[in-house]
Design a protein around this ligand. Structure first.
Ligand code: HEM
Length: 493
């Protein structure tokens, strides 16, 4: 556990102090729901990462696991990506919301019973049957895998997902809307509401509409969802966590309320237009492609503003970022958010697309975004919640080990896939046969498999950190600001 901070003025430098970060009363928090979602999240992260590793192995050993429906490359890949989106990130965000909304709204979430219904629907009626149906790959249209990226779960499961999204919006938006606390609407609340509303609307557009309008038009809708899932669900939730964790853990306000608001509105205006940049050089009208490329540039500008605002809020706190494990997780996620977004804005241009389209460069980019940005911030968010929830065991040593394992594995994976992408792109533009590029990719694909080892060990170490407590002596050593032998008390925020 980290030392308790005594916030002086937490909120925005140009705004008022926020009580959620100080020692005011907290509305009742549904701790069991928070714990249930957090454990489901990390369990799904481990399972989904194992799926990813099997997919990676099948690229170098196609006959590995045989050729039954459940072990085909396509089925395992879809289980990997849907598990990451709904099982890991979805549950992680829900866990954080059960902690943060009672503080941000100054009142409890709508209903504990509704909370358990959402938990059961999300995990027992969506994730587990979704994985099972992927493995079975039945021929019935409602039960079969959909050939839509980020929405491969069958239509029957999509209905449950939409219901979950609706109930989640009701559970968390109602308390925020009923009583914005005396601080007004903090920027994290804006992002949470934006994310829940937009995802509710964007999900059916990406999951059902492409089934009804096949061909290039369907692909355009699917492209919107590929980007909206990342841009309107994952990104705003991760930013809500960062805007929450930074001021609470440093006791220092966010640099600028103005930049917070500009960042929020630019994200929601420009992200929905980005989707078609996944289909540059296709039969989708050129003007749509150009609009998506322009919107991608605007997004890059927006990210610079948001990251500047967040990092300026930490000025003078470098040593604390280094010492404080939850803060370091979130800080790393935000730095990688800048890197991956600038990469994304550049790679949306036609000039770079010519070299990297459909290559492993893009897969490297996806992992930098989803592991580097979204997962680091979410792991930091969970670590913060654990740290501040009285009956949760929290072992910062194991979480620190997790940090280094995941970071080192991720860097190897991303550098490896980026290099593989450049080699593939070069060979595809020449006159060599396709198989030449497959042969040239083999060493890179082996390195990707190796990089899975530290990443998965890191996730396991994080889980162990959620289940154990440090002993008093090591805690004091890790927190020099504490009187020797003292255990830090969970702070308010
Ligand atoms: C543990 C190690 C992991 C390995 C070995 C791995 C491997 C893979 C492989 C082989 C693919 C398919 C690539 C292709 O289509 O050619 C993939 C896709 C993907 N993985 Fe992973 N993965 C891992 C962990 C993760 C984690 C932790 C996340 C997110 C938190 C993640 C997010 C994704 C995403 C978003 C895609 C889709 C990429 C795209 O289509 O652009 N992976 N992964």
């Amino acid at each position: 556990m980290t030392a308790v901070t005594q916030p002086s003025k937490v909120g925005h430098e140009d705004g008022q102090q926020l009580t959620f970060a100080t020692r005011g009363l907290v509305a009742p928090v549904a701790t069991e729901l928070l714990r249930a979602h957090a454990f489901a999240a990390v369990a799904a992260l481990l399972v989904s990462s194992l799926f990813g590793t099997l997919v990676a192995i099948k690229l170098v050993q196609p006959e590995f696991l045989g050729g039954q429906a459940w072990s085909t490359w396509g089925s395992l890949r879809a289980s990997h990506t849907q598990g990451i989106l709904f099982g890991w990130l979805g549950n992680a965000f829900l866990a954080f919301l059960y902690f943060a909304i009672p503080r941000l709204a100054g009142r409890a979430v709508l209903s504990r019973r509704l909370g358990w219904l959402i938990f059961a629907l999300w995990n027992v009626a969506m994730l587990l049957p979704g994985w099972a149906l992927m493995a079975a790959n039945l021929p019935q249209p409602w039960l079969s895998i959909k050939p839509l990226e980020w929405s491969e779960f069958p239509l029957a499961i999509n209905v449950v997902t939409e219901l979950c999204l609706l109930l989640t919006a009701v559970q968390f938006i109602v308390p925020l809307a009923r009583k914005p606390n005396e601080d007004g609407f903090y920027v994290s609340s804006w992002y949470v509401i934006g994310s829940l509303v937009f995802t509710l609307l964007a999900f059916p557009m990406g999951s059902v509409v492409p089934q009804l309008v096949p061909g290039a038009i369907g692909a355009a809708f699917s492209g919107l969802w590929i980007h909206d899932a990342v841009g309107l669900f994952v990104t705003p939730m991760a930013l809500a966590i960062a805007y929450y964790v930074f001021p609470v853990r440093t006791g220092r306000p966010i640099y600028s309320h103005f930049l917070s608001m500009i960042g929020f509105w630019l994200l929601f205006f420009s992200y929905p237009l980005n989707g078609t940049h996944h289909y540059v050089y296709t039969s989708i009208p050129m003007d749509t492609q150009r609009a998506a490329i322009a919107a991608s540039g605007v997004m890059g500008f927006d990210v610079v503003l948001v990251v500047l605002n967040l990092l300026m809020s930490l000025r003078g706190h470098g040593a604390r970022v280094w010492r404080d494990v939850p803060l370091r997780f979130v800080w790393t996620g935000i730095v990688l958010y800048l890197v991956v977004s600038l990469q994304g804005s550049l790679q949306a241009s036609m000039a770079l697309q010519r070299h990297v389209h459909f290559t492993d460069w893009v897969i490297g980019h996806s992992h930098l975004a989803m592991v580097g940005f979204a997962s680091f911030v979410s792991l930091g968010g969970i670590a913060h919640v654990w740290d501040r929830t009285a009956d949760c065991r929290c072992n910062h040593r194991l979480m620190n080990l997790a940090y280094w394992l995941i970071l080192s594995g991720l860097l190897v994976m991303v550098i490896d896939l980026t290099a593989a992408g450049l080699v593939q792109g070069e060979l595809w533009r020449g006159s060599s046969p396709w198989m030449e590029s497959v042969r040239a990719s083999q060493p890179y694909w082996w390195v990707r498999i190796a990089s899975a080892v530290p990443i998965i060990l890191g996730f396991a170490s994080f889980l162990a950190g959620m289940l154990t407590r440090e002993n008093t002596a090591s805690t004091a050593a890790a927190n020099p600001s504490l009187p020797s032998g003292a255990l830090p008390q969970p702070a308010h925020g």
